[in-house]
Design a protein around this ligand. Structure first.
Ligand SMILES: O=P(O)(O)OC[C@H]1O[C@H](OP(=O)(O)OP(=O)(O)O)[C@H](O)[C@@H]1O
Ligand code: HPA
Ligand SMILES: [Mg+2]
Length: 171
């Protein structure tokens, strides 16, 4: 597989992170926010995002996987690591790198929503709305993209390319 072209540069991503962080900071003014980064894909994005939000933040991670070594979702969301902390009564933001079929977030929304949180929102850097298999809408979206398989900035193809500082499509 080859990387076809850079879709979003390091600078474009940085500007988008600042924009999303600014919106979150404004919306949650005076509140404590519990951020859940969804590993592995969101590891880079969530690290950059939280450092631009000037609010009290608690950070935890879940690790889930449905693509494995494939470029198609298996349709089964497997929890590899659950939360370490209790989120009861918290303002929770789930941070994802990409929403594609929506199966991962549909599962996580139900799983986490059942824990009596104060509020639950979704922030994603990338969104492929035309690929949805279930009804998931994010509250904060970085870039809407067409139906291409994406790599870089934490996002993999067969566990490679997560370290690219830019986002690219793959052939
Ligand atoms: O909307 P969907 O079709 O469910 O796809 C989105 C999910 O797929 C990727 O994770 P993956 O399962 O590949 O695990 P990874 O984050 O460890 O790469 C990505 O990081 C999202 O979590
Ligand atoms: O476009 C993608 N790239 C990598 N992983 C993914 N998981 C869902 N969509 C994608
Ligand atoms: Mg993956």
């Amino acid at each position: 597989m080859d990387i076809s072209k850079v879709m979003f540069s390091k600078e474009q991503i940085h500007n988008k992170v600042l924009e999303l962080a600014g919106k979150i900071q404004k919306d949650y003014e005076g509140e404590h926010v519990f951020v859940i980064g969804i590993l592995k894909g969101a590891c880079v994005f969530v690290s950059d995002l939280i450092r631009e939000i000037d609010l009290p933040i608690t950070l935890d991670f879940m690790s889930v996987s449905s693509y494995g070594m494939s470029t198609e979702s298996s349709g089964v969301v497997k929890i590899i690591k659950d939360l370490d902390m209790d989120i009861t009564g918290m303002n929770v933001i789930i941070v994802e790198d990409i929403i594609d079929t929506g199966l991962t977030l549909n599962y996580l929304r139900e799983y986490l929503g059942a824990r009596h949180v104060k509020s639950l929102k979704i922030c994603t850097l990338l969104d492929k709305p035309h690929r949805r298999k279930c009804d998931v809408v994010a509250d904060y979206v970085g870039f809407e993209i067409e139906d291409k398989f994406i790599v870089g900035y934490g996002i993999d193809c067969k566990e490679q390319y997560r370290n690219l500082p830019y986002i690219a499509a793959i052939d």
